[in-house]
Design a protein around this ligand. Structure first.
Ligand SMILES: Cc1ncc(COP(=O)(O)O)c(C=O)c1O
Length: 348
C-alpha cells in the first residue's frame, strides 16, 4: 500500500493480483469478428445483470456516453440533462462536436421530476424550436456528491419522457454503487431506459472498460458508432476478463466504500471549517465546502496543502472539494486522511 492516500477518484485503483491472473488467463480472439470469448461472455453477463437483450464493451465511459448520444439522437436535437452532468462538464464539448446536439439543463442538484421534464420539452414539429428527443439521467450523480436518483422522481420523469416519445439514456457509470446503496437490483434501477452505460474502471476496480446495454436494435446502432469513434478493439478479452472478475467479486464490497465515505464525512464534521450535508453521502463520494472564514484556505490551496501531507483530493469549485473512496483505501486511511484535512482546513 503506498504512503499517500489517494482520494481523487475511484478511477485510481490498480488491478488486484486475482484480477491480473484472470486477465493473464483470458481466452481471446478478434472482437471485431465477434470472436473474443471473454468479451462475448462479459457482454452476456452485463445484459443479464441489466435485463437487456444485448450489451457492448467499450474502452471508456466517455465513449459510452458519446456513442449513446449518437445512437439516440440526430444533429440539431435537444437533449435534457441534469445539472452538472458528466456529459456536459467533463467531456471537453464532445456532445456538440460528435453528435451535434444541444443540451438543456433541468432540475436541481443532479435530479429532476416529471414536471421538470414536461416543462423543458420543446413542442414537436415547431418551426423554430429544436426537437427534444432524449432524456439523460446520471445515477449516481458525480458532481452532486454521489447521490442516488430518488426512485419516485425517476419513475415520474421516465413516464413523461415516454408520453412525449423521448428516448432515455442512463449514464450509470456508478449504477452499481446506486444499486448497493439502495439495496435494489441494478436492473430495477435501469428499467425504462433505452440505453444504459456502466463503468468497470471506477468502483469495480478494472484498469479500463465501460459497457452499454439495451435492445438488440439500439446496441446494433451503438456498434457502428463505437467503430466510428475508433473504439472497436481486437483481443480486448484481456480487459473484458477483468470486467467479469469484478462483476463476480467487487460488487458487494462497494458497501465498504460507502461505509468509508460516511466515516470520512463524520470525521470531517468534527471540525467547524467544513460544510457538508450528511444526507448527500449516500455512496462513495464526499463533496464538501470550506467555510468562508479567515484562515480557512480556498479549495485549490487546501488540495495543495493536503497533497504535501500525502492526501490527494480534487478541487471541484472555488471552495468545494471532492473525496472518493474505493477498493484501494481502508477505513484507517480514511480516518487518517480526515485528520490531515481537518488540520489543513483549520490552518494548522
Ligand atoms: C458519471 C460519469 N460518467 C462518465 C464518466 C466517464 O468515464 P471515463 O473516465 O471512463 O471516460 C465518468 C468518469 O468519471 C463519470 O463520473
Amino acid at each position: 500500500m503506498p504512503d499517500r492516500i489517494d482520494l481523487r477518484s475511484d478511477t485510481v485503483t490498480v488491478p488486484t493480483p486475482a484480477m491480473r491472473r484472470a486477465m493473464a488467463e483470458a481466452d481471446v480472439g478478434d472482437d471485431q469478428y465477434g470472436e473474443d470469448p471473454s468479451v462475448n461472455r462479459l457482454q452476456d453477463e452485463v445484459a443479464t445483470l441489466l435485463g437487456t437483450e444485448a450489451a457492448l464493451f467499450l474502452p471508456t465511459g466517455t465513449m459510452a456516453n458519446q456513442v449513446a448520444l449518437r445512437s439516440l439522437t440526430r444533429p440539431g436535437d435537444d437533449v435534457l440533462v441534469p445539472t452538472e452532468s458528466h456529459l456536459v462538464l467533463h467531456e471537453t464539448g464532445a456532445g456538440a462536436a460528435n453528435a451535434g446536439v444541444q443540451f438543456s439543463v433541468i432540475g436541481a442538484a443532479g435530479t429532476y421530476d416529471g414536471d421538470g421534464v414536461r416543462a423543458a420539452i420543446k413542442p414537436a414539429g415547431h418551426i423554430v424550436y429544436p426537437p427534444t428527443t432524449l432524456l439523460v439521467t446520471e445515477n449516481t450523480h458525480n458532481r452532486a456528491g454521489g447521490i442516488v436518483f430518488p426512485p419516485e422522481d425517476l419513475a415520474d420523469a421516465l413516464a413523461v419522457a415516454r408520453e412525449h416519445a423521448l428516448a432515455a439514456y442512463l449514464d450509470g457509470a456508478r449504477l452499481l454503487n446506486a444499486a448497493i446503496a439502495s439495496a435494489r437490483p441494478a436492473r430495477e434501477l435501469s428499467a425504462g431506459f433505452d440505453l444504459i452505460g456502466i463503468s468497470l474502471s471506477k468502483g469495480l476496480g478494472c484498469p479500463a472498460g465501460s459497457m452499454l446495454a439495451g435492445s438488440r436494435d439500439v446496441i446494433g446502432r451503438a456498434h457502428r458508432y463505437r467503430r466510428m469513434a475508433g473504439g472497436a478493439m481486437r483481443q480486448a478479452g484481456i480487459l473484458a476478463a477483468a470486467g467479469s472478475h469484478a462483476l463476480a467479486n467487487h460488487v458487494g464490497r462497494l458497501a465498504d466504500d460507502h461505509d468509508n465515505a460516511r466515516l470520512l464525512a463524520t470525521e470531517l464534521l468534527r471540525g467547524d471549517d467544513v460544510e457538508l450535508d450528511p444526507a448527500t453521502v449516500q455512496t462513495n463520494i464526499v463533496l464538501f465546502h470550506l467555510v468562508e472564514r479567515r484562515g480557512v484556505p480556498d479549495a485549490v490551496t487546501f488540495v495543495e496543502r493536503c497533497r504535501d501531507r500525502g492526501v490527494l483530493l480534487n478541487a471541484f469549485g472555488p471552495r468545494t472539494v471532492r473525496a472518493v473512496t474505493h477498493l484501494d483505501v481502508t477505513a484507517e486511511q480514511c480516518r487518517a486522511a480526515a485528520g490531515v484535512m481537518r488540520a489543513v482546513a483549520d490552518g494548522r
